[in-house]
Design a protein around this ligand. Sequence first.
Ligand code: HEM
Length: 187
Amino acid sequence: MKGIIFNVLELFVEQEVSPGAFDEALEEVELISDGIFVGPKTYPDEDLLALVGYFSEKLSIEPFPLVRAFGRFALPHLAARFPNFVEGHTHPKTFLLTVHGVIHVEVRKLMEKTKLPDFSYEDPAPNQLIMYYRSERKLCALAEGLILGTGDFFETPISIDHSECMHRGADACKLELVFEDGGPSRI
Ligand code: HEM
């Protein structure tokens, strides 16, 4: 997983847990890497999972809601680092429709050795979007959080029905989104 994700995890922990809590975790958790995370470089997924496991236990929060909260926190920080990805969008739906074919494609060009998930879409109604998520990492909790964070960013609440899940044997996670403002304006 890219260093930028660890960098945002550090911010999340410092702001939402307590200042110094991330450094404390680095001392207590046995990581494969040396704990110095540089944005575009790649670090073992196991290190991210070990840190999630540590905070899950320390805070008595199950890993899924913890990772989802992290994703929600992360989206505005990713948007701040890559402002051109949000430019021109005023609604989360149009933005989310660019994640697979534009944003992650550009991320692949900017960074070497990326491992990005696969998303496909169905657009059944103006106030809805279905996103199918596939990744061997099965980080659908992160996807849910990033979607909720997109809703926060554009000030449009989104409800998500995670009706099929890779953790329950499906070959993709089906995320059925409803935009509570009725969808993007067509004017
Ligand atoms: C400004 C917007 C975004 C940027 C710059 C961005 C960038 C990235 C980067 C750098 C990674 C790590 C790739 C690696 O470790 O090789 C990643 C992973 C991921 N992204 Fe995005 N992303 C953005 C928005 C989103 C949104 C809105 C979603 C959800 C719909 C999403 C879903 C994911 C997921 C689930 C992963 C984890 C990898 C996996 O599941 O295999 N991203 N993204």
